[in-house]
Design a protein around this ligand. Structure first.
Ligand code: TEU
Length: 539
């Protein structure tokens, strides 16, 4: 899967925002990587309060991105290259500017019940800071918005809401799209009756995610959607973004026994380094990450399907977060991270720019940020007395704008002829698509080989997984086994040399080296910084 975040991908008309024409012009970049599916973040009409995750019309394209004709052309251009195209389905909430919500504001309207209204607010906090309940002057009542106040939650208890969503999905499928990435889909069923949550002393709001996630009717809604849209029947691709989703939920919603979701997209592994909140990141303890992924590998084996990702438009750049983004180690660490991730079982996701090892934005002032989450967190934390340097350090490490800077196509930029909506990274002269793609030792070429290996070898797709040396602080070692095929993956996830305890690993005598992240030495006794190797073991 290759994810495109359209506003930052490629700008064809010089307005500073990426657009559909820009995607069409650069499709060969994605195809040559070997991607099978392209996921487009939202391109629909939107006030852009949350960069398009606040939709005001599901069946029209925001003029900043282009037209429906451009979408039709894109669909054809994707299909001609043997790929599939999936759309972002954002139906936990709409924009407050959606006509459904505008009608709903009138208590006498038949659409009043399409959203969630109460005479008094509950004590719930929203994901973006502040209360999750907003008073509407039209009636004096409060509506629920789990994200920004411009993202009112739909009331999925109402069958008319569900039918309207399914009709919209069918319309897109008939237009040629191959499936959907479903935004926070496990929030659509809430636990009724809605009640105040437990509030911790000193905290302004309650944040009990179990009141709003994985609700009692989620399975029913997903099965109904599957039936009504013909998801299984038409072999459509679905991935459910699931916040607060553990292994049990993942199994429940992706098991082949039911027609619910094709796969989940989960969060445990990207929460390990900020357990105390996004603004208080702690250095990653490698064994935690290895063991977390291993637990999901074992827990879903034969019983569900997971997405494999280190980056998307909500996460910082992985080479800055889990790797080493210094000039000396950036390329090797990007390749080592790619190697371990792509050799797990599941569907790997490459987020635009990851394939050239892009780094974090490097912002140091709040006026450089555009993201509603970053601005909200900054306001809330500084008001609560957190020193500004601390807030900026947190955002610099974890903020979502880190991954939203425009794609540097060339050393000069090449993203737009105008002024980009968010500045390009200061490193563009040295980190850009043209230079990396031309380099046979570049990050792109390494991703291309990993994807080719997965396409060629069933053992990568379906082999069972075993983590070795789970507590080792620098080495990430595992095997994949299918029948008599067996792969050994061994990576030094540190910026120093690492000795390998050969006696504790399967013998690599006669093994074939399939891939490596740096030009390998002759033996395996000592690995270079960020050296990752994939061996095929003899049975
Ligand atoms: O994100 C869901 C989500 O809960 C988080 O990952 C969120 O981005 C935030 O970082 C929590 O701290 C999805 C979309 O991917 C995100 O871009 C949207 O802002 C959000 O839903 C609302 O639609």
């Amino acid at each position: 899967m290759y994810q495109v975040y359209p506003r930052s991908f490629a700008d064809s008309d010089g307005d500073g925002f990426g657009d559909l024409r820009g995607i069409i012009d650069h499709l060969d970049h994605i195809a040559s990587l070997g991607a099978d599916v392209l996921w487009l973040s939202p391109i629909f009409v939107s006030p852009q309060d949350d960069n398009g995750y606040d939709i005001a019309d599901y069946q029209a394209i925001d003029p900043m991105f282009g037209t429906l004709d451009d979408v039709d052309e894109l669909v054809d251009a994707v299909h001609v290259r043997g790929m599939k195209l999936i759309m972002d389905l954002v139906v936990n909430h709409t924009s407050d500017e959606h006509p459904w919500f505008q009608e709903s504001r009138d208590p006498a309207s038949p659409k009043r019940d399409w959203y969630i209204w109460r005479p008094e607010p509950l004590n719930w906090g929203s994901f973006f800071g502040g209360s999750a309940w907003e008073q509407d002057p039209a009636s004096g009542e409060y509506y629920l918005h789990l994200f920004s106040r411009k993202q009112p939650d739909l009331n999925w208890e109402n069958p008319e809401v569900r039918q309207a969503v399914y009709a919209m999905m069918r319309w897109w499928v008939d237009r040629g799209v191959d499936g959907f990435r479903m935004d926070v889909i496990n929030l659509i069923s809430k636990t009724w009756p809605l009640e105040d949550g437990v509030q911790h002393p000193g905290e302004p709001y309650s944040f009990e995610i179990e009141r709003v996630a994985n609700g009692p009717r989620l399975a029913e809604y997903l099965e109904e959607m599957n039936r009504e849209v013909g998801i299984t029947e038409r072999e459509l691709f679905t991935v459910g973004e699931m916040v607060a989703c553990g292994l049990d939920h993942a199994r429940e919603y992706t098991s082949r026994e039911h027609d619910r979701l094709g796969m989940v997209f989960t969060f445990e592994h990207v929460s390990l380094d900020h357990a105390g909140g996004k603004l208080s990141p702690v250095p990653l303890h490698l064994p935690d990450l290895k063991k977390n992924l291993a637990r999901w590998q074992e827990g879903l084996a034969g019983e569900g399907w997971n997405s494999l990702y280190f980056e998307n438009h909500d996460q910082p750049r992985s080479v800055s977060r889990f790797g080493d983004d210094s000039p000396e180690h950036r390329v090797a660490s990007a390749k080592a991270l790619a190697t371990v991730l792509h050799l797990h079982q599941g569907t790997p996701y490459v987020y635009q720019g990851q394939e050239i090892g892009m780094t974090n934005a490097g912002f140091t002032r709040i006026d450089q940020y555009r993201d509603i989450e970053a601005l909200g967190m900054h306001r809330q934390a500084t008001e609560a007395g957190v020193p500004e340097e601390q807030v900026l350090a947190g955002l610099g490490a974890m903020g979502r704008d880190n991954a939203r800077t425009p794609i540097p196509w060339t050393a000069e930029g090449g993203f737009t002829t105008g002024t980009p909506w968010l500045p390009l990274n200061a490193t563009t002269a040295s980190i850009n698509v043209a230079d990396d793609v031309a380099d046979p030792d570049g990050v792109f070429e390494h991703y291309r080989r990993l994807i080719a290996l997965r396409h060629d070898r069933e053992v990568v797709q379906l082999g069972t997984f075993e983590l070795l040396l789970p507590d080792h602080e620098a080495l990430w070692v595992f095997t994949r086994t299918l029948g008599d095929e067996r792969l050994l993956v061994i990576a030094n996830m540190s910026s120093h040399l690492a000795g390998v305890p050969m006696g504790e690993l399967p013998s690599i005598a006669d093994a074939e080296l399939l891939l490596s992240s740096v030009h390998p030495g002759t033996d395996l006794q000592t690995l270079q910084p960020w050296e990752a190797r994939v061996y095929e073991l003899r049975a």
